[in-house]
Design a protein around this ligand. Sequence first.
Ligand code: ZN
Ligand code: ZN
Ligand code: FE
Length: 760
Amino acid sequence: MLKRLNLQIEGIVQGVGFRPFVYSTARACGLSGWVLNNSRGVELEIEGPEKSLSKFLSQLQETPPPLSRIISVRQKETPLTGDNTFIIYESKELADRVPFISPDTDVCDDCLRELFDPSDRRYCYPFINCTNCGPRFTIIQDIPYDRDRTTMRAFTMCPECGREYHDPLDRRFHAQPIGCWKCGPSLMLLDKDGAEVRDPDPVLKTIELLAGGTIVAIKGLGGFHLAVDATSEEAVQRLRERKHREEKPFAIMVQDIEKAHQVCCISPSEEQILSSKLKPILLLEKRPGHGMAEAVAPGNRYFGIMLPYMPVHHLLLQGRFDALVMTSANITDEPITKDNHEALERLRGIADYFLTHNRDIHVRADDSILRTAAGKPSILRRSRGMVPLAIPLIEDGPDVLACGAELKNTVCFTKGIVAFLSQYIGDMENAETDRIFTESIHHLKNILEVSPEVIAYDLHPGYRATQYALDQKYARAVGVQHHFAHVAACLAEHGIDGPAIGVAFDGTGYGDDGNIWGSEFFTFDYSRYCRRAHFAYVALPGGDAAAREPYRMAVSYLYATFKEKLPGLRLPLLQKYADRVQPFMAMIDRGVNSPLTSSCGRLFDAVASLAGIRDVMSFEGQAPMELEMAIDAPHDLLYGYQVAAQTSGTDFIISFEPMITELVDDICSSKAASFISCRFHNTIAQVIADICGRLRQQEGINLVALSGGVFQNMYLLTRAVDLLRSKGFTVMTHEQVPTNDSGISLGQAVIARRACKALS
Ligand code: ZN
Ligand code: ZN
Ligand code: FE
């Protein structure tokens, strides 16, 4: 029985080898027909026996080209034409704009083979790529995606590259960044003043320099890295001093998975993530005798480790080094450096040499960072390799620009039934990031072809992103409460809406009552939320300073618990900060620079300080992270807490006075930090399950969304999820976007869309 089908495929299907794939699959199935690119994606017709057609369709679903992402397939039967060939049409419509762009991808196995094949014409060529791999997002200046609208425009293809580029059956057919030794980009080594170091082999020279303990800035896909030999204590320490980065861990790159196993303990699921096309930085537990310098990740249980993803990384790591530190080239918390002149300027005094090249990076993108919990990846930073992948939404609506929050910021655009999250932009409190924020918005608007009518923003009046939103002239501006956006983002990435119970635990978020929220239990859907429970408010003595100095929160919690008896406690912490205790108490009493907060992050800070782990932080989130890492012998004990049922407004207020009292007893009886930390974590997980249980009883809601920066804590997340599931809850956690403030913009976007729907 012969049949002819017409298929319209949408998604990332252009510039990824889709037409050659369709061609060879159709031929292999003995089908006739044609394929072409159009403005919506790829259109094709296939004709043949029904059995062969279904074989083709299953291969389309199961083994599409590696970089493609099929979002939808529309299929209809059309009359038979009786043709007996299969044709790839050069699409006239290629000039139409294509909405889906592929992210940057690591060098593929085929290219790697050629890279190390002495007989190949691209032997050791540091910019080898093909239709299945190489730079995309970071070099695209405009759409449609073709060479003239990328930073590859500067290079004219040689005849050989041209032949490959135009041959539909070549694996470099329409590979826009194609190039070779003769015609493509090239490396150059510069000294600290920008003068070229004349050497026949800049890669070998760089290896030599690195082996001698030198700091080299290396230009990558989305920006520069600063590299040093990770086994040299002296070199790594020098990098710390020059970068003014005291303790925050540096990422390292190792040659291959075998080397990674020598440095870290890696489970099979972690191995899969580490070696996936994304090539993220993955947080993995250090292996005893790992051989890395202590200064790489001082006092930390984990290494942030990644495998090479650019050809030049493979060339640099061949055999010589156990590992290289590869840290984003920036000055503390500033955006990653991307341009050559910018590198020479901003990295002056940090890098001794620059291994750079003449292919411009149009858009910055940091390395993505992941960790795993119970075998599942959890994204801490969503950037290189993940942007601009589309996130499918449950409903259509107006185009929205959501501006995000303040720290770890991203922005989000919606278009039709998908959302696009920007690359990691960073902490908005610094002027340079602010500029890149605006730049990224313009660029994404252009390449994604969105014209937002609606702008969404955080309610915090002091956030720069909020200021930006309020200065724009969109038809509508929608302010969204921070934690509402968190929990909505969690549902949105799973393609569901409420009603659900939302648990948003994080550091800081502007609350509707003007206080700083951060331990919120909501019942909610995209259109509304109701605050049902939270931790009892405590003072933040010193405001922002309290977020950097955990001992302030320790004093605040002690004071809330013990009141005037506080000075009588015999705690090491109170002795250490004896001169600060009375002034803090006075500040809290008078309400001077002591805003109220329900922040869960600050409770973690307080406990980290009480347990003797960290009194002052040198980077954001350090105290809670170290508190989690302190757990080395898990147990199931709990501390006490009280739940006060309210007669009006919020239903439940959770007080930790019993916990602080017992915790002080533990300290006084010299219990280990590991014991205290575990007992504390268990208590927080228990509170989550307890409150969700009470809310389910009242509302009959069985769906729980967990979101907010606190859930970067894998011990807490795993335990809370297990507890909730054992009670029969359906639990949603973040998998596609970060649970920290990088995920906020997605939540803002879906909420703003719904708000507009309600108004129209
Ligand atoms: Zn390739
Ligand atoms: Zn060439
Ligand atoms: Fe947050």
